[in-house]
Design a protein around this ligand. Structure first.
Ligand code: UGA
Length: 444
């Protein structure tokens, strides 16, 4: 029934992972981007982002001819029965999502359409965008005076960075939003590998699918802010947030995921999507108080980490802090909205100098923290960071930071204080070697 190729427009995080994994499901995929340099790299088998497993997936699907990369959007659209839109929706100054890239792809689709096609919105887009995409395509068809049929589907993506390939190929659910029976059947074919494999599919209308994505991200972000606020209270009342979260999570209604207290959430999704849903709600006369509070709590949490450090070390003038981890989470080089981007400048403003290491994030950190470059030294490894530092701050829980030689840490630090802002270590094991331990949400 569905024999055509699939185009995936956009080779960013979502577009590239979707393209490669859809190819791995047995589809023939054309991945398109306007960035020639990126396409050249991909055609040479080079993955432009750091994402575990992606390179192997790319290699085997490229070699088998199931995926190809091009800048020729016209040819890709003309040769595809299904077109995924997976371009960026960056936040505008007012918090709303910038739809110019999505709508420009929609215009291209209208321009080059040559028969029935299913257009699939993979990008996270404000509720109502699917209808806008359809209107723009129709406008272009009208201009051309042609009458091709098409359906627009919302198929939000729930993958996490660092686990993108696994998440795409093992989703908790696949959401398909369209009123068209024909488009649904085609999407079932596209996802046949999952559909036959007992993955739950949620079929619904366009707007509901778009809302599911925002509501899911906003809920997860709020869950993190919730436990972060509880962690602050735990510190004051001699409670241990780790145990609190564990026991809360044993209640099936709460669940144990995303209850890990830390320096605040970051990344390209939670901060952007929480702000966007608040904005969409305001435009519709709805005040999303809970989500707004979660956003505020997240900002506070990052600053509270700075306060913890100052409370312990006193005046930071003339002190050097060793920072382990810069990316917003492990297994990614992505620094977007990383807590480090708030915490490091705040420490520097208070007079501290920084020595920092991250396995993948240094390149991006260097330009994102350019204004502070004279106070930051980027090191080659975790122990270099400690040399000449007063205290150590673990900011991102990369696996290689989970098994530090604590005796060596103690020897290298001038003031033996270890701020474990991801609660990776047990207080006893750290204090045993004579290091003072400061975690998040445990009595200080
Ligand atoms: C998030 C969602 O988890 C994905 O389902 C979604 O598809 C994606 O956004 C998106 O919309 O594209 P991601 O931003 O890659 O994925 O990363 P997460 O693993 O969710 O982590 C987000 C932030 O929350 C990180 O800064 C992490 O350190 C923090 N976090 C997470 C906590 O502080 N505590 C937790 O318990 C969990």
């Amino acid at each position: 029934m569905y024999e055509n190729k699939i185009s995936v427009i956009g080779t960013g995080y979502v577009g590239l992972v979707s393209g490669v994994c859809l190819a791995d499901f047995g589809n023939t995929v054309i991945n398109v981007d306007i960035d020639e340099e990126k396409i050249n790299k991909l055609n040479n088998g080079e993955v432009p982002i750091y994402e575990p497993g992606l390179s192997e997936y790319l290699q085997r699907n490229f070699e088998s001819g199931r995926i190809s990369f091009t800048t020729d959007v016209k040819e890709a659209i003309e040769n595809s029965g299904v077109v995924f839109i997976a371009v960026g929706t960056p936040p505008k100054d007012d918090g709303s999502a910038d739809l110019q890239y999505v709508l420009s792809v929609a215009r291209d689709i209208g321009k080059y359409m040559n028969g029935y096609k299913v257009i699939v919105d993979k990008s996270t887009v404000p509720i109502g965008t699917g209808r806008k995409v359809a209107a723009v395509i129709q406008e272009e068809l009208d201009k051309r005076g042609v009458d091709y049929k098409f359906d627009v589907v919302s198929n939000p993506e729930f993958l996490r960075e660092g686990k993108a390939v696994y998440d795409f190929t093992h989703p908790d659910r696949v959401v398909i939003g369209t009123e068209s029976e024909k488009a649904r059947d085609i999407l079932k074919e596209v996802y046949r590998a999952l559909y036959l494999n007992d993955t739950p599919f949620v079929f619904t209308n366009l707007e509901t699918a778009e809302m599911i994505k925002y509501a899911s991200n906003a809920f997860l972000a709020t869950k993190i802010s919730f436990i972060n606020e509880i962690s602050v209270l735990c510190e004051k009342v001699n409670a241990d947030v780790q145990v609190v979260a564990k026991a809360m999570g044993m209640d099936g209604r709460i669940g144990d995921k995303f209850l890990h207290a830390g320096p605040g959430y970051g990344g390209s999704c939670f901060p952007k999507d929480t702000r966007a849903i608040v904005r969409i709600a305001a435009e519709n006369g709805v005040d999303l108080k809970v989500i707004k509070a979660g956003i505020e709590a997240n900002e506070n949490q990052k600053l509270y980490m700075v306060e913890k450090i100052v409370n312990k070390l006193g005046d930071l003038k003339g002190k050097t802090l060793g920072i382990l981890g810069l990316s917003f989470k492990p297994e990614t080089d992505d620094m977007r909205e990383a807590p480090a981007l708030t915490i490091i400048p705040e420490l520097i403003k208070r007079g501290a100098r920084i020595r920092a290491f991250d396995p993948e994030g240094i390149k991006e950190a260097t330009w994102r923290l350019k204004d502070y470059e004279k106070d930051i030294i980027y090191c080659d490894n975790e122990y270099e960071v400690m040399k000449g530092s007063n205290a150590l701050v673990l900011l991102t829980e990369w696996n290689q930071f989970r098994r530090l030689d604590l005796k060596r840490v103690k020897e290298l630090l001038a003031d033996p204080v270890f701020f474990d802002l991801r609660n990776v270590y047990e207080v006893e094991e750290v204090e045993k070697v004579g290091l003072e331990y400061i975690g998040v949400g445990t009595a200080q």
